[in-house]
Structure formats: C-alpha cells, structure tokens
Design a binder for this molecule. Sequence first.
Ligand code: COA
Length: 339
Amino acid sequence: MIGVPMSSNPRRARLAALGYYVPERAVTNADLESIVDTTDEWILSRTGIRERRVVAADQATSDLAIGAAINILTSAGLSADEIDVLIVPTCTPDQLFPSVAAVTADAIGAHDAAAFDIQAACSGFIYGLAQAVALVESGLARNVLVVGAEVFSRVINPEDRSTYVLFGDAAAGALVVGVDDAGPSTFIGFELGADGSKGDQLQIPVGGTRHPASQPFDPADAYLQMNGREVFRFATRVIEDSVIRLLDRLGMTIDDVDLLVPHQANQRIIDHAVVRLGIDPARVFGNLDRYGNTSAASIPLALAEARDQGVLTPGMRVMMVGFGAGLTWAACLVRFDPT
Ligand code: COA
C-alpha cells in the first residue's frame, strides 16, 4: 500500500533479499548450430556465452517473475501481503497491457501492492531500484519488490544469427525494505541516463502504436533488431563513464568498490571495461556463460548467484552497472546488508 510522505523522514532503504527463477531448459551453443549458421567456437570467442535458458511453450514473462518473486519473499521471510509496491522492469512483457507487475502481484497474493512495469531494457533493474529507494526513503512505502523479468527467446529472429545467439530468459530481483534509521542509506548513489537519439540502434519496430501489429508488416520488424557494433561502442563507453562519474560524485575511487557486477551482455564488453576501470578481475562477478544476456534480469541474477557462491558477503560495497535499449545506462553503488 502506498502511504503518505513523511515530513521528517528517518527511514532508510536497505537491499534486504535477492532471488531468481530461470526456466529449466538449457540451450547450448551446439544446439543453436542447427537453427542458425553459427558455431560454438564463434559464439564463445565473440561473446563468452556457452548456453542460455529458454522458456517452455506455455510460459511467458510473468511466469518467470512469479517464480522469482516467491523465491525472494521466501528468502526474506516476508509474506506477499506485506509488499507495498511491486515493480517489474521488463521490455518483453506478456502483452502491452496489463502489466507483468499487476499479473504477478495477483498471482503471488500481493493484493495490497501498487504494481507497475518500467521499460529501461537492460538498465531496468537499476532504474527500478532507484524508484524503490525513492519510495521507501520518502516514506511512501516500506517494502518494495523489484523483479526484472524477460523472455527474449520470443523476440529474437531465427534468421538473424548476429542477435539470435546472444539472449536468454530469466527473472531475478531484490527486496528493498525501509528501516527506521537516521543513518546514511546503504544505497550510496545512483547514476542513470538515456540517449534517445540512438533508439534505433536497438529496437523492435512493430507492436506498439507507431507500427501496430494490426497493420501489415515485414515479419523481420516484429523481432529485435540491433546494430551490434554501435551498441558495443556505446556499452564500453557508458560502463566506464557512469561508474567513474558516480565514484567522482561520491569522492571515491574504484578501490572503494569491493565487487563490480556489470550487465551480462558480452564478455568482451566486460573485459574492456575492467581494463579501463583498472579494477582487479577477481573483484568482478559474472555468469554470462550459463545464461547469456537476460536483460533486466541479468544484474540481479548475477548478484543472487554471487551471494549463493559466497562471493557477495554482507558489508561489501557493490557497484552494479548496466546499459541497453533506449539507449539507456545505469549504475548504482550499494552496501550489501541483508540483515
Ligand atoms: N555466428 C557466426 N558468425 C556470425 C554470427 C554468428 N552468430 N553473427 C555474426 N557473424 C558474422 C558476421 O556475419 C560477420 O561476417 P562477415 O565478416 O562475413 O560479414 C562477422 O561474424 C563479424 O561480424 P561483426 O558484427 O563484426 O561481429 P562482432 O565481433 O562485432 O560481434 C556482436 C557481433 C553482436 C557479438 C557484437 O557486436 C556485440 O556483442 N555487440 C553488442 C551487443 C550487445 O551486447 N547487445 C545487448 C545490449 S544490452
């Protein structure tokens, strides 16, 4: 339930729990060789991806979001009716409306929750976190669930080998809770941005109001289209720029970051950023090889696995950084304090 803003607000937001849900079916690079003209060697060397998860025929985005939401609530020991707001960052919703968030809230029993999707593509999880923190620290809400959920397997073109091999399906997210504490926020800072002039570099042209699906269209325009080289250049630039800008504003350096969790799109983009930022690769976490690019789910999926593997431990300062369609970018420095 959304409340009223507090006039003097001692409430601070905390990243209280993480969780994820991925479809059972793993599709390897070798499996893709029978669909598009590609090889395991090409995919692995150009992207770092070995396999990705793909939904079953009867699953859509909300089915994954529901699984992730339940897992997050279980790990937090919170019941669904204690959720005030459910935000689902996604650019592959079940349908234009209703939102994935509204469908998910109903399915998990979060009947008192306000629910909405946000569309910032692969930057969406961090955009969602910024909203969650603002809601909590203004006093409008106490418990906000942010679940990035994507089913890219339904929007990639089996006739376009340069995009077909890159993406996977998943949902993952975090619970942001308000604690009554006048101390500094565990969300240390955000850096969000968008450059709509490059929107056509990564898009699905058909299905909205500009080119409605009710009108005749070229089938290729109903699929994701990307200028891979341009997006690659953009990604390498904004990862470095946004992280440095955020650290500068905070009076910090890369040495103040215990763990870097970048959007999992391409290992070469990540390697490039790691060199430019001068961070020890041992302090960078990724799982791209097993999931491919899962867009808004990618960063929380990596965070949750880092926690499960004991790489992400309480007290660590974690820098997340993402980029994607829009074109958008987003960085967030948070102290992981799940207690
Ligand atoms: N298998 C085999 N060959 C492929 C292929 C595939 N899956 N995809 C493309 N190729 C071929 C191209 O046709 C091209 O062949 P040509 O030289 O005969 O024309 C060759 O590989 C090189 O293509 P190029 O586009 O220059 O490859 P690249 O090194 O730039 O890698 C991407 C392509 C898509 C992997 C890379 O541009 C990329 O990762 N971009 C960023 C994408 C991204 O992360 N997007 C998500 C943002 S959230």
